[in-house]
Structures are given as C-alpha cells and as structure tokens.
Write a protein that binds this ligand. Structure first.
Ligand code: SF4
Length: 417
C-alpha cells in the first residue's frame, strides 16, 4: 500500500480554510493509503522562534481539531515531529550533502520574504490612515499608473499596492526601492509617508526573523521528515512543488553517494482552499477574518453577518450580483445546489435581502460544524485519551524512523551506538 506523509504547522486553531484545503483531503487519504500525519512543531519555529509560549497549547489544539474532524488514529499514525528526534539527525546528515544554492534558489524562500515585506508596508500605510481599498480596481495597473496624478490622496487599491511592490521586489537587481517610492507617490500617497516606509524596509528589521540558518534550511528538514518514512507520496499544493522536487534531489544525491535507501516521493497535487475570509481576503489568523472549526454558533452567526457582500448592492431593492459576493462563495460550498440556484435567481431580482441570505448561510455553516463541535466537546473532556493518541502515534513513528536511521548510518559508515 502506498505510504503517504503529510504535516501541519501548529500555529493556532484550525479554520474552514484548513478544513477544505487539508483535512478534507486527509479524510479521504486515510481510507486508501498507509498515512502518517504529523504536527510540525519544529517547522513552526522556523519563523516564529520568539513566540513559543503558545506552542504546546497549539499542538494540543491541533490534535483536538484533527480528531474532531474525523482523522482516525486507527487508520493513520498521528504524531508530533519533535517527539521523533531522528528527523533532526537525518536533516543534519542531509545538510552535509545539500548544496547551499539549492536552498537559496528555493522560490518559496523568496516568496515568504516578499509577503513579510509587503505585509509590513501595507500595515504601515494603513496605520497612517491610508485607506486600502479591497474591491478590485477599475483598470489595469499599467493603465492606472499612466493616468496617476497623485490627486487621490490617502487611498490606494490593494491590488495596485501589491502589484507595485511585486514589480519592485521581483526584478534582477534586488528590490528597486527608488522605483517603488516614485510609483507610490504617483498613486497619491504623501511623499513623507512613502519615504518613511521605504526607509524602514531598506534599513529596518523586517525580514530579519527569517534571516536564519533554520529558515533557509527548512526544506532540508522537510526532506528528512518525508524520507525518514520512505514515503511514496506527499499531498501538496502547487506552491509546495519545488520542495518536493528538492526532496527528490536530496534522495537521489544520497542514493548516488552512499546506498540506494530512499525512494523518490511523488507529489499528490491537492487544490488549495479558495474560500476567502469574511472580509474577502485570504482566510488567515493574522487578518482576523477566519471562521474557526471550534467557533460556537453565536460566533459563526456574528461573523456571517459581518461578511462583505456585493459592494454595488446598497439598498434592499437593488438587484445584486452573486458572482462578486463572498456570501455566495460560501453558499456554493455549504448550501445544497437547489437553494444555491434559488438564491442566485432571487438575488439578481432583489427578491431576497442580504440579511436573510446570510441567515441561511449561518444555519448551514452551523449544521456543518455541529458534529465537529460535538466531537470536540467529548474529546476535550478526556485529556489522557488524546494525549495517548499522540504518545502512541509518536512511538509508532519513532520505531520506523529508527530503522531507517540504522540503514543510513550503515550506508554512511558511521558508528552505531
Ligand atoms: S443576497 Fe446573498 S448573494 Fe446576493 S448580494 Fe446579498 S448576500 Fe450576496
């Protein structure tokens, strides 16, 4: 039977985006394959090494979330990465044979840096009362830049801001701060504010947290996580494909240098969840726009009522457009198809109001979450039981990992103590 390995970083309670993007897939995988699912607490340290107060609690919440959703320890091995020290030993040995350039060229390293810088710039501008408008801009970035005169003081479309930073960041010469400065000013942001944010980016501490060996080398640890169990397949989103390729290259290099120990795992491409947060941006804890699997009924009702709808629909009598409405995106997933097409029709003719539409959604979301909440209540009551699940799973994983390490040490002609 195919061996599948997958992990999640314990960064907090799981939300609907995690459910749709990861857990739903795991529920199917555990029925078909020999699965190992792990809580990647060492990986959580790669960029959050200063914030360890919540780490243990996050691990606890993660296993409770998994079990509440139906991830079954009888079908899959569930364990904590730091409980299997062999991952670290293999990562160290892999780091000896991995050329530095393989890591520096890793696209997700650069992307994460981009996101950190961009988020800083966005938050800084928002803090200076620059209005960041979330609805899509009316024209393309290039057309808007051509027309830009700097008259629209203190507001900018999120997409233009992102595009400007993207062009400044991804070019041959490193970040082109001069161009970024000029462009932001052309879009109407005051010179003083632009100069301050760009200076902070150039000289400040942004991104320093990921200027560590641990962060640069985390794909090596990831390769060890996968190869130590000789996994045949790893479920990943498209953005993770370069990591799997790197894992395969490390496996090949090891096998060529020492002995044929590691299979080259294949990527099981899984679709990333497209479900937006309640404000329309990507669902994320840091945007404070997520609906959590552990939210109670009242919280879900409140969050659904806060959701953005068709921005053009101002009055109840205005016809709406479900194609641009976040509430409708949720209906497409959580509401039966007959009701969805009914809402579609009625919304376009202004025969249903947004509040009523949201009430239907809140009810459906709650019906979806009820069984998860029920199981959570039961699991939370029995602490020794879920701790035992992790304990036993970790021991089971360790047994497999130590067998691989015996082979590895032998192949590398290391002492076996
Ligand atoms: S009626 Fe529903 S689908 Fe239409 S705009 Fe309002 S919330 Fe969106």
């Amino acid at each position: 039977m195919k061996k599948v390995l997958s992990g999640m970083r314990p960064t907090g309670r799981l939300h609907l985006g995690h459910y749709l993007g990861v857990i739903k897939n795991w529920l199917q995988l555990q029925e078909k394959y020999e699965c190992k699912f792990f809580i990647a607490d060492w990986h959580a340290l790669t960029n959050k090494y200063k914030e360890t107060d919540q780490l243990k609690e996050n691990v606890r919440q993660m296993i409770i979330d998994w079990l509440s959703c139906g991830i079954d320890p009888e079908k899959a091995t569930l364990f904590v990465q730091s409980g299997v020290k062999e991952h670290a030993e293999l990562a160290l040995l892999f780091s000896m044979i991995t050329p530095k350039s393989w890591l520096e060229l890793n696209p997700s390293y650069k992307d994460l840096k981009f996101n950190l810088y961009y988020q800083y710039m966005r938050d800084f501008l928002a803090g200076k009362q620059i209005k960041i408008i979330l609805t899509p801009p009316p024209e393309s970035f290039d057309q808007a830049l051509e027309k830009a005169t700097g008259k629209q003081k203190n507001k900018i479309f999120e997409e233009y801001l992102r595009e400007a930073f993207h062009r400044a960041f991804y070019n041959q010469k490193g970040i082109d701060f001069k161009w970024l400065k000029e462009t932001l000013m052309r879009f109407g942001i005051q010179k003083k504010i632009v100069e301050e944010v760009v200076r902070n980016l150039e000289e400040g501490d942004v991104g320093k947290d990921i200027d560590t060996l641990g962060f640069l080398a985390y794909p090596v640890l990831q390769a060890a996580d996968i190869l130590i169990y000789k996994a045949d397949a790893v479920p990943v989103g498209e953005d993770q494909l370069p990591h799997i390729e790197l894992t395969r290259e490390i496996a090949r290099r090891f096998n060529n240098l020492y002995d044929q120990i590691f299979p080259e795992p294949e990527a099981l491409l899984t679709e990333e969840s497209k479900l937006p947060g309640i404000d329309g941006r990507k669902m994320s804890k840091s945007y404070n726009n997520a609906i959590y699997l552990s939210d109670d009924r009242e919280t879900v009702n409140r969050k659904v009522l806060e959701m953005k709808t068709d921005p053009q629909r101002v009055r109840r009598t205005d016809p709406g457009n479900p194609d641009v409405c976040i509430v409708f995106e949720y209906h497409n997933i959580f509401t039966d198809s007959e009701t969805v097409s009914d809402i579609d029709k009625k919304c376009r003719k202004a025969e249903i109001g947004c509040v009523d539409c949201k009430k239907i959604l809140a009810e459906n979301l709650n019906s979806f979450l009820d069984p998860i909440r029920e199981r959570r209540k039961e699991i939370e009551k029995d602490i020794p039981k879920y701790e035992k699940v992790l304990q036993e799973g970790t021991e089971k994983a360790r047994a497999v990992a130590s067998e691989t390490m015996v082979e590895v040490r032998k192949a590398m002609k290391l002492w076996e103590f």
